[in-house]
Design a protein around this ligand. Structure first.
Ligand SMILES: [Fe+2]
Length: 161
């Protein structure tokens, strides 16, 4: 076996482990009450009601993002704060599009495009007078970022936690 095929196997094995982990965290979301409290304090008041309507797996994802970004010592305070605000905002459209458990589990295995919640979330945030850069990035958060390096950085966290 060549070095390249071993590397390829390693990448595939890591992907499978990630899918299994994603599958379980979709079925059994963990909500850390301390982090939940910190996250709720961070939300602008007008956004909070929508966060509260999100389903537990979606809330758990926001909490994991908040924790990962907060603990990343490679970020400047300014970038960290901006990433956290985008993390709080990015899936808020899921308070409107509430997927059932079957769809969620299927989406772990089959990459069905996420079209509706970014658009609905961006519309909702615009109505709530959110900053225009957040509205724009929420609308595009599932589209590979080419020129927007900040969105690309955010997508790294979004895809890995
Ligand atoms: Fe999303």
């Amino acid at each position: 076996m060549t070095c390249t095929s071993i590397e390829l196997l390693k990448v595939k094995a890591e992907r499978i482990i990630y899918w299994v982990w994603k599958f379980f965290r979709t079925l059994f979301p963990v909500i850390d009450t301390d982090i939940l409290e910190q996250v709720r304090k961070k939300y602008p008041e007008s956004w909070l009601i929508h966060f509260d309507k999100m389903l537990p797996p979606d809330k758990a994802h926001v909490l994991r993002l908040f924790k990962a970004i907060s603990e990343d010592r490679n970020l400047t305070a300014e970038i960290r704060e901006k990433l956290i605000m985008l993390a709080l905002a990015h899936d808020i459209g899921k308070s409107i599009v509430r997927q059932n458990i079957f769809t969620r589990v299927i989406k772990v295995v089959i990459p069905i495009p996420n079209r509706s919640h970014p658009i609905l979330g961006a519309r909702l945030l615009k109505k709530l007078n959110a900053p225009s850069d957040i509205v724009r990035r929420v609308a595009r958060h599932h589209i590979p970022a080419e020129k927007d390096k900040f969105l690309k950085l955010f997508q790294y966290y979004d895809d890995n936690v």
